[in-house]
Design a protein around this ligand. Structure first.
Ligand SMILES: [Fe+2]
Length: 184
């Protein structure tokens, strides 16, 4: 049977692709390309509605607390750091709301605001994912018994059913990646 950490690693593949798309979009905008409002809206909605509201909830509601409770001191510290990163990610996403439906071409100032906020956001998203893959998931497999994880996959599925399955987003992210990740 699939382990919960394997399921989360599969989530990470889709999440990382979406993050790379947003980073590529911001690079283009920084180099003077027209602001691709529709693609930005898809990337930001994906981050807010699936990465933060579904994927990170699987980690922060189930995996993190179990690891903090059963793991060593470093594990508890790590879980605290992951929570803080999610908060910062949420705040940065919130401050990008202005760019979901821009009224026209961005001013110079807005362009700088967009690219620097995206850069701060991407940096935190990447850091969180790296910490999870390097430390949280190994700690989960080491400290949390299989019995304690029995219900997790069901709960993961329930979250997806309530708030949006990975498969629905993967297609949209693939379409973005076709446009943004295949150049140069
Ligand atoms: Fe994650």
């Amino acid at each position: 049977m699939e382990r919960p950490t394997e399921h989360l690693m599969d989530d990470h593949q889709v999440a990382a692709r979406g993050v790379s798309c947003l980073a590529a979009i911001a690079d283009g905008v920084e180099r003077g390309a027209a602001f691709p409002a529709a693609d930005v809206a898809v990337a930001l909605r994906f981050l807010r509605e699936w990465v933060v509201a579904v994927h990170m909830r699987k980690e922060d509601d189930l995996v993190g607390p179990a690891v903090a409770m059963r793991g060593d001191e470093r594990a508890a510290e790590l879980v605290g750091e992951l929570f803080r990163l999610r908060e910062e990610i949420g705040e940065l996403l919130h401050s990008l709301v202005l760019f979901w439906e821009p009224l026209g071409e961005l001013t110079k100032e807005e362009t700088v605001g967009f690219t620097s906020t995206v850069s701060a956001l991407v940096q935190r998203l990447k850091r969180r994912q790296l910490l999870e893959e390097r430390e949280l998931f190994p700690a989960c497999n080491r400290f949390v018994g299989a019995d304690d994880q029995l219900q997790w996959l069901n709960e993961f599925r329930e979250l997806e059913n309530q708030r949006g399955p990975r498969g629905d987003w993967a297609g949209q992210i693939d379409a973005l990646a076709q446009r943004w990740l295949t150049r140069g």
